[in-house]
Structures are given as structure tokens and as C-alpha cells.
Design a binder for this molecule. Sequence first.
Ligand SMILES: [Zn+2]
Length: 378
Amino acid sequence: MINLSRIIFIDHHAHCLLNDFSQLDAIGFRQAFSETNSLSMLQLHVQHSMHYMHMLRELSEYLDIEADEEKILEMRSRLGKTDYVQMLFDDASIGACIIDAGFRKEDMLSLEKLSLVCGRPIYQCLRIESVIEDCLKNANSFEDMQADFAEALINPGGPKVVAFKTIAAYRGGLEIVSVDVNVARTNFTELKTLTKEAGAVRITKSPLYHFLLSEAFEIAQTQNVPVQIHCGLGDADGDLRETNPWCFRTILERRKFSKVNFVFLHCYPYVREAALLASLYSNVYIDLSLALSLISPQAATLFADALSVAPSTKILVATDGHSVPETYWYASHSARRALSSVLSFLIGNGYVNENQAMEIADRLFHKNAQNLYRLSDI
Ligand SMILES: [Zn+2]
């Protein structure tokens, strides 16, 4: 078996740690390993999922204690926060992370704190929907909104921005339509009224939203940053049928966006579909994050599907780690195990030699991310 255990990993898609990540009870801890919104799922079923059982076994072996959830929780609550996170990140050979800070922002560490706690460079990925919702609160005219939106994407403050991200998949679907500026202007007035009444608006499929998404893609091109596209699993709010990356094809077919790099995140269960797009369009990339932990028994199959269809220069590895450090750690090990198994199969069957297999692993774990996000400083 080819050994990938020490290969440096640039985690190009993850989220923050919870402020109180070390003090969680069983329900809170399980929540980090499931997408369910159901309390009874967390109480009765999640702990019997294959990936969760395996994660506990691996963690108990690493911490050298019994594979018992209660004992593990008790032990992690006693360890120093920073030491514990850095121990897990060192063991997972994580070198740097690109963080989408738009998820459960109020409960999470700031990006600056995260960088201190994990002892790694942290880069920022801006969630387009959060920027739209913030701008809607403050802008008093459509023209202000457009200017504020562009300014917030170009000069947001905080760590260096290396990517934008959209969660359109679960805000009405990946079918993004072209919108006339006058239609967007009228819709601004309607949404502004709603924002004033409710204090805030959760942006979903609407003319203004799709108009601004197109603007964000154009800004991404001028700023030379890729746009990450959530697709497939990853949010219980989403209608899975609308998260198929092929729904995004109208954008990929528009010449206007042919120089914008798009990265399909997660992809499961549409890994083959996403890989096919990555094999067709030079500006499309994919990853398997989240599936590497939530569907871990099948992780090798997912890599095999992706590598069988898309060139290895188009596939990236990420953890989609969030909330607790064990999510980054488990997904990272899952990725190494799975890719090692697939590359060993490819070597054994004469597709590549060992040197080529190591080059592929280097690409997936860090080189593709370094090139795509222009991370020349690490
Ligand atoms: Zn994510």
C-alpha cells in the first residue's frame, strides 16, 4: 500500500471551530458528524452510523483510551484547547486552511482566533449570500447596494481572501438565470421593504440574488479568485435534485464566465456528474469534502470515480471540517486511506507507476490548491 500519511495537506474547504468545542455533550459532538436537524436522530441513531463508530474507534486508538463515547468526551474536555487542536492537526499533517466563515458565525471562533488555536495560516473564503444579506440591511438604493456589494467582496478586511463561495444549491437551486438590471432594481425595493419589516432577510431564489451572483462571478474573475459552489449533500435545507452540478451548466456555457474558475464542493451523490464537468470545462474543479467523513466507508470508491473521469489536475481534497477539531482530523485520515487504496490499485493494475501515483497525491493534497488559489506564500 502506498504511504500518504505524511503528505502535506492544504485544506481548501473548511469552517470554523465552535467557541465551546471542547465542552460538548454527546448530542453536540454527534451534531458535528451529521447533517440532520432532528434531535431524535442525534439521540437514537447517529451513534450507530458506520462513519461515527469508526471515528470513535480511530480516535480512541489515537488517544489510547477505550472506544467509548462518554470516556472520549470526558478526556477531550480535560485537555488544553490549543494543545488538543494542534495535536490533531499535526497528526493529520494539515498545513493551511481556507475557511468559509459564513456558517453559524455567532457560535464560532473568529478567523484570527482560529489561526492562533490551530497554529496554521488561515485564508478566507467569502460566502456571497452572507455579503448580500449584510448589504441589504444597509443599502438605501439599488445603486448603493451594487457599490457596497462590490466593495465588500473586494475589501472585506480580515485574513487574505482567496475564494468566494455560493450556497445557491440550497437557496433555490443551482439553476442560475440571467436577470435584467431593471428587474433586479424592482426586486431590490421589494426585498428592502421585507428587510425593514423583519430586520433581516434570508436570501433565496430571486431576481436580485441571481443578478448579484452574476456580478460576484465577474468580480471573482477580475480579482482572480475561484468561486466554490456547494453541491450535493451538506445541508438538510436543500432539495437534492436542485444541487446537481449539471444544473449549473447554463453558467458554464456562458462565454462571459469562461475565465472564472468554479470548484464544485462535496459533490456526493453527484461525484460522477461533477467529475464529468471537470473533464469537459477547463475552468471546473471538484472535491469530495464532507463525503470523506460522512460516507467514509465508500471514500475509496468516490476517489476511484473522480480519478477515472477527471484529470488529476482538477481534483482537490478538503475536510469540510467544522465545529470540532476531530472533523478535520477524521476526514483527513479518511482521505489518505482512501486515496492510498485507489492509487495502490492503479499501480497494481499498470495504470501508473509509483512516482506518478505520488505526484497525483501531491496534486490532490496540496499542489492543485496552491495553483488554483495562488497560495505562493506557503
Ligand atoms: Zn462546507
